[in-house]
Design a protein around this ligand. Structure first.
Ligand code: ADP
Ligand code: MG
Length: 238
């Protein structure tokens, strides 16, 4: 049975249907990447899954539970955005532990969780620094760390690396792959970067105008693109 299931998801803004009937089944532990041109609905679809937008049609199931009408806070998903707003006056440790503190988690448990996340993300030596004393890549890793400590059922990433320069992007991409190997958490990752998609994904979902053009492993998309659009988007020579 699918772990996360999208059934006929629809979304309109004004009179414009930006998500037009998305059906998708994601397995537990899978790393699924959404790709497609700017404006095709990647962020909107992720926000619908996160519960940050309400859908106009369709159903969402997580681990057998209908979460369509559950508020974001109850969905047990954690989202990492492109613009990682850290708290500037707090240390890395405080940034990463903030949500746990609000939830009144025991201090010893907080220490343990943040310590473990910091280790995975190579941030152990930076826990007492403030964000402005970090590189862009380190800041993005702190944003990911804030998601990890909550131990969500599903990670949602919206173009998390697009504000980084090329070298850092490559490095952080490797960190994300390692994170997924270590935690094995179900992940949906949005990008417009084919290299990121092809190197990170178990399966890639190609979107166009709010609809799915093709779903497949990176190899399947390379070898058997369903149509001209997918072929061009994935970069197969015509
Ligand atoms: P992507 O992330 O693939 O670039 P988006 O999901 O951000 O695309 O946007 C999909 C479409 O929905 C675009 O045409 C965009 O202008 C529109 N859109 C997104 N958010 C809103 C909103 N809050 N209000 C109105 N239109 C929106
Ligand atoms: Mg977007």
């Amino acid at each position: 049975m699918a772990y996360l299931e999208l059934q006929g998801i629809e979304k309109e803004f004004g009179n414009v249907r930006v998500i037009r009937g998305i059906d998708l089944q994601i397995n537990q532990g899978e790393f699924v990447v959404f790709v497609g041109p700017s404006g095709c609905g990647k962020s909107t679809l992720l926000r619908l899954i996160a519960g940050l937008e309400e859908n106009d049609g369709g159903k969402l199931l997580l681990d057998g539970r209908d979460i369509t009408n559950e508020p974001s806070s109850k969905r047990d998903l954690a989202m990492v955005f492109q613009s990682y707003a850290l708290y500037p006056h707090m240390s890395v440790f405080e940034n990463m532990s903030f949500a746990l503190k609000l939830a009144k988690v025991d201090q010893a448990v907080i220490q343990e969780k943040v310590g473990r996340a910091a280790k995975i993300l190579n941030l152990t030596d930076y826990l007492q620094r403030t964000p402005k004393e970090l590189s862009g890549g380190q800041r993005q890793r702190v944003a990911i760390g804030r998601a990890i400590v909550r131990a969500p059922k599903v990670f949602l990433f919206d173009e998390p690396l697009s504000n980084l320069d090329a070298a850092l992007r490559g490095q952080t991409r490797i960190e994300i792959a390692k994170l997924h190997r270590d935690l094995g958490a179900t992940t949906i990752y949005v990008t417009h970067d084919q290299v990121e998609a092809m190197t990170l994904a178990d399966r890639v979902v190609v979107l166009r105008d709010g609809k799915i053009e093709q779903v497949g492993t990176p190899l399947e998309l390379y070898d058997r693109p369903a149509n001209q659009f997918v072929a061009q988007f994935i970069g197969t020579p015509q």
